[in-house]
Write a protein that binds this ligand. Sequence first.
Ligand code: SF4
Length: 628
Amino acid sequence: MMDWQYSNYSKINSDIQKHFPFENPRADQLETISEIIEAINQGYEYIVLEAGTGTGKSAIAATLSNMSESSYILTITKQLQDQYLRDFKDFRVVKGRSNFNCQNYLNQSCSEGKCITEGIDCKFSLKNRENEIRRDNTCPYYYQKYLALNSKTVISNYYYMFLELNYVKDFEKRELLIFDEAHNLELTLMDELTLEFSKGDLKEYLNYNLTYEKIDELNNSKYTNWIDFINEIKQGYIEELEKLESLNKIELIEKIAFVRHQIGDCNRFIDNLTLDPETWIFDWDEDNQIAQFKPLKINNYTRTTLFDYADVCIFMSATILDWKLFSKWLGIPEDKIYAIRRKSPFDIKNNPITAFEDYNLSRSFIKANAPRSIKTIDEILNKHKNEKGIIHTVSLKCRDLIMDKLDNPRLITHDKENKTEVIEKFIKSDEPLVLISPSMGEGVDLPGDLCRFQIIYKLPFPDWGDKQINQRTGIDREWYDYKTCLNLVQTHGRGMRYLDDYCHTYVIDNRFKSYIKESYPRNFLPDRFRESIEGMEIDLEEKNRLMKIGDEYLNNNDYENGIRFFKQLMDDDLFLNDIYPYMSLSRLYHETELYESEVQIIMKYLSSGNKSEHFNKQLAKLSDMGYY
Ligand code: SF4
């Protein structure tokens, strides 16, 4: 078990106050900023901050930005970007073209502006400007970018800045790069590095027929074959580009841009693939008829694509869970990371979890149990009949089943296209609506009365049928449970957004209680999450009682009774994978010079997949003594 203690750093750097954006800091905010500054001064290039909801991470990022020469703050959602902009007026947000209206095409966004579709040299663009650049004489997309380029602090999202830094290259290296919601970074980069060819595009542009034989061949071959295939496609696009350009027709501008883009993507992909070729897969999306080349890991790509664009990178999230795995998966050497963990100030009593025991919703049992579970959901909705809430279904099938069987007008749902509008409708409505969705576990902020209860229907395991997830888990077994725990903690946090907020969470899937006791989940789930579960407090009380007895044996040097007691504790469910009985036994064996037994007990702990720096050091000591 990784031993990551909450920080009790208590010094306050005197420079901070004048850079802090609000009048009254929250508990531990100034101390956390001071600790980060001290780590930077000590030469750490990567800082990890796990700080629960309510610790005020945005103000921490804002203060650090104010104290730096220049910075980027990257967020995952537009909602969070806008929140930064609302709270910190001097910062500049930069967004993609699709968020702005073209000045030449009144009903089109800038991503379909005349400069792109017709290749016009638009008078509103920044190029060749001689007159003053003002809001009223400049393309809205370029104007906000111009302001951001000249601003000390730039707020953006992961996707936009990845494209800008790597391909457009208008933005340069800055002093700080702050990743907010940093637990999303790995999956975002996996998406960004993926190369895709749609079967329809290949046919339309190259008259290339992507047959199922070819798909099978790509599926079963190694990267050298993929490179041959991609070079063939690239060559086809190069020839097509020459043809299109020679026609010199204005209406072909959009096609030319697409073909150029595909050639660039092929080149970049081959460079990326050759860097770490064994960790990529080929996948075929049958629904959308798209061939995909995806990375399983991104640890060899983070530095060149993102981290090198700042002197210091700061990763902030409420769910880092295990900073060593987090840094390993991002390719950051452990000795270059300074990791800080801060507790959420929220009272867990306001955010309880009720776990039901009746319905096993695993693949083998869901067909039988799902219809029965509807009654329980109905009862929860009745209990909260005047309140808004969310049902997290995890899968579309479960969403449809619940919608169908409950047939309750309070339920509203969304599809891929209208999610934002449905959330807005939900927020604005005075009715006690209930959002039902497979994808609201993260990225939606519903404070106060907007979410007084939520139902986690199924355990939010990542989709095992997804080849990328499946094969990634084959490389890192703990990755799958890490993602599941991350989903659980994030989902639990949806309805609890400020100090006096409250929200009741119900889990229908009865695997929940046993899952959280398994080895990896026990390591990953923060104590506060487990303490929120009704019934768990009885366990914790009992655990504390047993630990008190154990401490007495240790304090009284009662070796005989102590060894017997801790051996029993190792088999007690309450102490499954807990280092406490092992550590105590190791100490008792050491003090009684039973070194072989001490080695055995340490090995038993480590061989179950647990990690401990203390035990590693102890083994080195025992090795020097000739016992290991
Ligand atoms: S530069 Fe001109 S044509 Fe292009 S998106 Fe902006 S306003 Fe439209």
